[in-house]
Design a binder for this molecule. Structure first.
Ligand SMILES: NC(=O)c1ccc[n+]([C@@H]2O[C@H](COP(=O)([O-])OP(=O)(O)OC[C@H]3O[C@@H](n4cnc5c(N)ncnc54)[C@H](OP(=O)(O)O)[C@@H]3O)[C@@H](O)[C@H]2O)c1
Length: 368
């Protein structure tokens, strides 16, 4: 067993492994894997001490939930694992009523997820994406109803603005509803945009971060390069995946390759794979409680499950932080300057205290 610790999600009583098994690839013939392969991947994860499965009603058109549900039922391990699933996406394309953040969409999706997962409750139920329309009050009330009905244990949000999450949390707190305990967002060495707002919000409101695409779709394994482009294997060479507007090559800028080069050099120094170093770096970022790993082939998860078994030096962390630092942006750089001018050194940074906080609390200064 390689993962033995459990982290709470936010202030909830839900204890989870620091590495989650993401299952977006399960049951997909294009850039994913079939059921027997998925079972081997799940075996690797469970044998390495994992207990948290991340899925969604629409992953593999429902096949992902079916595979996980079938695995857990056949192994009789429901009491020792945690199911996270999500609603929002349109499960019947071109039918608006089959998606969105509204009550009807949520309850319809939840019933389907319970059936496919072969369970009578979901441990952690997430809103998959903000739809830009549904009132927050409707979402938190519907979440709370699902908890009261015993169909959901805890709730969380994915792909929402920080203001939305803060308002949802605060309204739920004031109305005595179940509060969201986790935020699932894209976060990796190449995608650090959430750092402007989310870590400080999570600290203030006692929520956890649950990063997705921690290897930037495989870019942080070193298997892609500007010369080779997306290559011939892997999801970035697959049209079904790259048709997604934000994937390749839009996000693969010169900055990405500088990060990959520095990651490669740190990985050589510590004698670990680039993927393991990228996951290790992410696990130490403020607010991160569990990282959602992805895989489509046996062996990938097995190697990632040892990514937390070593420590990077202060110098290695500084180099990774510097090469991947997000651009400065106002107003996030304004108040550190003002505090410095006023010599407010005793001001408490919203970033959790300890080695993750910099002396001035600025985004640039943050290191592990
Ligand atoms: N909330 C959301 O909106 C959202 C969005 C996306 C994902 N997610 C969740 O997050 C999970 C992870 O996301 P992701 O799959 O994008 O994560 P990722 O870590 O960025 O990419 C995973 C891919 O990296 C490659 N890989 C992983 N380990 C490897 C290894 N040891 N050696 C070589 N290549 C390796 C594989 O690519 P190949 O398959 O090409 O071999 C694998 O499928 C998903 O399964 C899903 O549960 C959530």
């Amino acid at each position: 067993m390689t993962v033995t610790t459990r982290n709470p999600l936010g202030r909830s009583g839900l204890l989870v492994a620091p590495l989650t098994l993401g299952t977006m690839t399960f049951g997909r013939s294009d850039f994913g894997c079939d059921e027997p392969t998925a079972y081997r991947i799940i075996d690797e994860y469970v044998e390495a001490g994992g207990n948290l499965f991340d899925t969604a009603d629409t992953y593999g058109g429902g096949a992902s939930e079916q595979i996980i549900g079938g695995y857990v039922a056949s192994r009789r391990i429901r009491d020792s694992v945690v199911f996270t699933t999500k609603f929002t996406m349109d499960s019947a394309p071109r039918e608006p009523l089959s998606g969105g953040n509204g009550r009807r969409s949520m309850l319809r999706a939840l019933e389907g997820s319970l059936r496919r997962l072969q369970t009578d409750y979901v441990d952690l139920y997430l809103l998959h994406s903000w739809d830009g329309a549904t009132a927050i009050e409707e979402v938190i009330r519907s979440f709370d109803d699902a908890v009261t009905a015993g169909k959901v244990r805890y709730v969380g949000l994915s792909n929402v603005p920080a203001w939305y999450a803060a308002r949802a949390y605060t309204l739920a707190e004031w109305r005595g509803y179940e509060r969201p305990c986790v935020l699932q967002l894209e976060y990796s060495l190449v995608e650090r945009g959430l750092e402007y707002e989310f870590p400080s919000m999570c600290s203030e409101l006692s929520m956890s971060l649950m990063p997705w695409s921690p290897l930037a779709n495989g870019v942080l394994t070193g298997r892609y390069s500007p010369e080779r482009g997306p290559g011939e294997s892997g999801r970035l060479a697959n049209e079904a995946f790259t048709n997604h507007p934000e994937k390749w090559p839009e996000k693969r800028t010169p900055r990405t390759w500088e990060i990959v080069a520095e990651l490669s050099s740190v990985a050589s120094e510590v004698g670990r794979s680039m993927a393991q170093v990228a996951i290790n770096w992410l696990a130490g970022r403020p607010g991160v409680s569990t990282i959602v790993l992805g895989a489509s082939k046996p062996g990938q998860i097995e190697s990632l499950m040892t990514a937390l078994d070593f420590q990077l030096s202060a110098d290695q962390l500084r180099r990774l932080d510097e090469v991947s630092r997000p651009a400065t942006a106002e107003p996030y750089d304004y108040w550190p300057r003002i505090r410095k001018r006023m010599k407010m050194n005793d001001w408490q940074s919203p970033v959790p205290a300890g080695e993750n906080s910099s002396a001035d609390g600025s985004l640039e200064g943050r290191q592990q």
